[in-house]
Design a protein around this ligand. Sequence first.
Ligand code: GLP
Length: 243
Amino acid sequence: MKIYEVKDYQEMSRKAANILSAQVILKPDCVLGLATGSTPIGTYDQLVDWYNKGDVDFSEVKTVNLDEYKGLDKTNDQSYYYFMHKHLFDRVNINPDNTHVPDGTEPDAEKECARYEELIRSMGGVDIQLLGLGHNGHIGFNEPDSSFAKVTHCVDLTESTIEANKRFFASADDVPRQAYTMGIGTIMKAKKILLVVNGEAKADIVAKAFFGPVTPEVPASVLQLHSDVVIVADSAALSKIPR
Ligand code: GLP
């Protein structure tokens, strides 16, 4: 596990975008595993900036997103499909047919999750998976006590995640109660993992996840077992790690 300590959000975003663009330059038809949440927005902005300057070309890139709320359609501005188009896909030369997000409108969870898992497999797996970190240690929507073996599945969101994500909705009641997410088993199959995290509010969970025991209670702790993980974190997020 390699940890890059950076000064602030802007530096974190630039470093993460550097790593992702290096992947695209080395393998133009790579599969990027992408994430939502507020943390990666600056990373996407930086990639768009470099694309506009002619430094990164997304024409052959393929993407798979980690997760999607169950029940939200593509036009809902809180869907992760909408988020990805707004922050990245509509701003670069990626072929929309090569971008994939679980279909939140498919009511048959088993069918959709099996389709998504097979899709990732058929694309040859994920070359680099970008991850954010939930306050309770979740990655994607793998909440505490998820089995490490799980592949793409439907989850019931915990109260703490509903609480954390309600800021994006009119009220907590509007936050969907379920989501489709790549499982930890899916995430761990990615060839490389890039986790971005910033801010003091995540300092406790960063220390627990990456310096504490590997346990399903802290889903991100499983990353300690992956052979190629890069964490880009600002000093505030690293303020509670053992030195
Ligand atoms: C959501 C997403 C996660 C994300 C997390 C943290 O629940 N499903 O993929 O990492 O929130 O979000 P933020 O970056 O806004 O703190």
